[in-house]
Structure formats: C-alpha cells, structure tokens
Design a protein around this ligand. Structure first.
Ligand code: ZN
Length: 315
C-alpha cells in the first residue's frame, strides 16, 4: 500500500492572489490562485494521484475501488466526507453562510458545511467576519441587508498567525484581505452569499446573492467559540503537536517535526497530511511545503523526518 501524493486543483476566483505560486511553488496556467483544493473528491475539482500504482487516477476512483481506504469512520458518510483547501485572500471574500446537513440535504441534495480555518499567515491589520457582534432577530437581519447596514452588526475579528476559527454551519463569515489560511470543511460547495461589496464577477455582472436561503439558515448571534486552537502545544523529543479542533465531522492537528516522528493510520480513518512549511521525508520519500498526502486507513505506521510543519486531519 502506498501513501498517495495528490495533485491539487486551483481556482482563480476574483479575490485571489499569487502567493500559492510565489511561496508554495505551485504551477498553474491560471493567473490568480485563489484556492488550492488539496484534498478533494468533489466533482468541481478532483485530485489526481501523482505516484505509485494508482498514478493518473482520481482519488475518487481509487476510493471507489478501495472503499476500505476510508476507514470505519469515513465509510459512515454517503460520499467522501471532507474537502481541504489552501486559500489566498488578496481581497475580501463575500460575506456568506452555509446551511447545516438537515437543510442542505433537503434543499440542495448535498451535505451542509461546517468548516474551520487555520491562519497560516496574514497582514498585520488583517481581519475577518465571524458571526454577529450582538444577537439580532431574523427580521432585523433581513431589514439590515435590504438597507445595506448589516455590516454594522457583524463581528469583525483581528487575526494572527496560528489562530483557529471554527465556523459551524449557520455562522455568518467572511475571510478578509491579506489572509492565507488552510480550510478543512465538509465536502460541500453550497454557499449562500449575503453581501459582495458591490463587486462584479468575471462576466461583468454582480455575483448572485442568496438572501432568502441565507436568512433561513443564519444564526443571528455572536459566535460561541474563541479563536485559539482547542488543545495545548505538546512538545516531545524530535517533534511537537497541538490539537487545532475536533468535532463529530473531523479532527485536525498541527504537527511540527524538528527531527523525526512516527505516526500511524489505523482502521478508523484515513489520514490527510498537508505540508505547510519546510521539507523532509515520509518513509524515505521527499516531501515539501505544499505537498498533500493521503494515507489510507490501515496503512499502519509511517515515519516523518526533517524540519517540517504539517496539518494532520482525520475523520
Ligand atoms: Zn465558507
């Protein structure tokens, strides 16, 4: 069994920058690299395997032929459970909200979306929108959208490297300009856009808004969680690790290897390894910043050496 190295898929949304090319070394004919889909079995951007016996196949095809690669937890979902992205926001993203599973499966025939953001880097004055600054009613929310005053009631948060935002379905949110982050989310592309700063899309027309559905699903309240990782930093000989967040959908850790580390993929879940800094080796194969690896469930132990930072996700 191989650890699969994945070819990311890039998106050139209007708000994107060029840091994924300039700092991560990704190659793409697109001018802007707004998003890199690093672990994706979504029809809007499928990863292709770059190595081993499955080279050239999509990750979806490999999993269809080998469902045991998902592990027990992964098999509980109707389709591949998560999507992991790198996002380079040169400009503000639209203010948006995602439905929960119940609403999304009923209305969109797709899972809803709970997501989390790990801030990899940001400008000094960067901020984002995270819920509301006070509780308001849905009627007030609707009125404030109509008269263009709702930005007064959103919760603007200054961000710093290492912050962790848990965006539960129903939470109003927007990534602000000057932020580079990793996003771990449910495998869904259902977004209800509330406000787009009056911008025009690539076709010269305003991008569509979805006000009624947004009002249906938005919890008009301040967020319940803070912006710190959930776990404490734990240092060991040769590496350190920290739990970023854990919920019923996924668990995410940050791993910093300074010399060597032994990890493992058991029968419960596959392991996604997204390299965000440095370089090294995994079981003797070179890996570097920007690499995305899929370790099949039941792979057993793997050894990472080098000076390298990795976001580790399981379901
Ligand atoms: Zn979102």
């Amino acid at each position: 069994m191989d650890i699969l190295k994945l070819q990311p898929v890039f998106k050139d949304y209007i708000w994107g920058g060029t840091r994924l090319r300039d700092e991560y070394g990704f190659e793409s004919p697109l001018e802007k690299l707004a998003e890199g889909w690093m672990l994706s079995c979504h029809k809007d951007g499928e990863n292709i395997v770059l190595n081993g016996e499955y080279k050239g196949k999509t990750l979806s095809e490999v999993i269809k032929d080998n469902p045991e690669f998902l592990g027990e937890n992964g098999k509980k979902f109707e389709y591949f459970p998560i999507l992991i992205k790198l996002i380079d926001a040169k400009n503000d993203l639209s203010v948006q909200v995602h439905p929960d599973n119940e609403y999304a499966l009923r209305v969109e025939k797709e899972y809803g979306k709970t997501e989390c953001w790990y801030i990899l880097d940001c400008d000094e004055d960067a901020e984002l929108i995270y819920g509301f600054n006070k509780q308001i009613s849905s009627e007030e929310f609707k009125k404030k959208i109509a008269d263009n005053t709702f930005l007064d009631t959103v919760n603007k948060v200054k961000v710093k490297k290492g912050d962790l935002f848990f965006i539960e379905a129903g939470t109003l949110h927007a990534i602000g300009k000057g932020i580079l982050l990793a996003e771990i989310q449910q495998n869904s592309n259902t977004t209800y856009r509330v406000y787009d700063y009056g911008r025009l899309g690539a076709d010269g027309k305003p991008r569509e808004l979805h006000i009624d559905k947004a009002i249906d699903v938005t919890k008009c309240a301040p967020p319940e969680r803070g912006t710190e990782p959930e776990g404490k930093l734990k240092s060991f000989d040769g590496y350190s690790e920290q739990l970023l967040t854990k919920c019923e959908l996924f668990s995410v850790e940050k791993l910093c290897v300074s010399r060597d580390y032994i990890g493992s993929a058991d029968d419960k879940s596959f392991v996604s390894l997204l390299v965000t800094e440095g370089n090294g080796q995994i079981d003797g194969t070179d890996i570097k910043k920007g690499d995305s690896l899929f370790v099949p469930a039941n792979y057993g132990k793997y050894k990472i050496t080098g000076d390298i930072e990795i976001i580790v996700t399981r379901v």
